[in-house]
Design a protein around this ligand. Structure first.
Ligand code: SAM
Length: 262
């Protein structure tokens, strides 16, 4: 299945893969599926690398990527932006699905820990096309394990809902948070409000799908199977206005990433 933003021409079909029918065996990570044991290693207790430990880190010249004068083209460039700002401590991706973007971050970002937060369970009250069955969620979780395996132990999976997971982190302890979970105004607003306090001054609060409008969900034949109203942009803009922050974006045709400097 794929998604199409309805206010754009049909050629901008999909950029978000949903799920595949393949169900993998989960025995090799059954231990992690038991949420309480995985949560016992709460990030609050983990020693984070101090900024001084990175003092000798070679700096990439990213002066051409000042967000004001030269915005990022795509979200693939965000890991470079994090490196250029020496945001090398801990970051969180909220809403992981199959770990595709986690892998993208881990491949290039030179930071210490990336926490991957996702329920990987169906949600009763959500019409979001990413809200899939339990078996598809298990397949997504298996795919995430595969995606991050090469980066162990820099990646930590937290199978929790967004708000519950945020409680595991101290305020101002994170170098960045990337939000890509619920896409309604209500869900996005809660996530932004919840995670904003967890990002340290100088860190980045970011998220996917900076748009408000109808998205068409297409099957593999390109036929519309349902519609879904995304309202992330309004939620981000409202929060930014209330906190006198500027919203930067990447420049994909659709499904842009929003970036706020904290
Ligand atoms: C669009 S997908 C994430 C895609 C991923 N960031 C990427 O770019 O590849 C959204 C994910 O958010 C998760 N999700 C939605 N609401 C959530 C919540 N309240 N807490 C935790 N995860 C949630 C869903 O389970 C789903 O896997």
């Amino acid at each position: 299945m794929s998604l199409r933003f309805l206010s754009t021409p049909p050629r901008f079909r999909l950029s978000k893969r949903l799920s595949t029918p393949l169900i993998k065996q989960l025995s090799h990570f059954r231990a992690l599926l038991a949420a309480p044991s995985s949560l016992s290693m709460a990030p609050r207790d983990l020693p984070l690398m101090s900024r001084d430990e990175y003092a000798d880190y070679p700096e990439i010249d990213m002066s051409s990527h000042c967000l004001l004068t030269s915005p990022l083209a795509t979200r693939q460039e965000i890991p470079l932006l994090l490196n250029s700002r020496k945001l090398f401590g801990a970051g969180v991706e909220v809403g992981v699905q199959r770990g595709d973007y986690s892998k993208c971050i881990l491949e290039t970002w030179r930071g210490h820990k990336l926490y991957l937060v996702d329920l990987w369970r169906p949600m009763d009250d959500s019409l979001d096309p990413a809200n899939v069955s339990l078996s598809q969620n298990r397949d997504n979780l298996a795919a995430t394990f595969d995606a991050i395996a090469p980066f162990d132990p820099r990646a930590v999976i937290i199978r929790e809902d967004s708000v519950g997971a945020a409680r595991l982190f101290m305020d101002a302890s994170l170098d960045f948070v990337y939000i890509d979970a619920g896409h309604t105004h209500h869900d996005a607003s809660i996530d932004i409000h919840t995670w904003a306090t967890k990002v340290r001054p100088g860190g980045l609060l970011m998220g996917h799908d900076y748009m408000s409008g109808e998205v068409s969900v297409l099957n593999h034949l390109g036929q519309e199977v349902s519609r879904f109203h995304i309202d992330v942009k309004t939620a981000v803009d409202d929060w930014a206005k209330r906190h006198s922050k500027q919203v930067h974006t990447t420049h994909e045709e659709t499904f842009k990433t929003w970036i706020i400097e904290m």
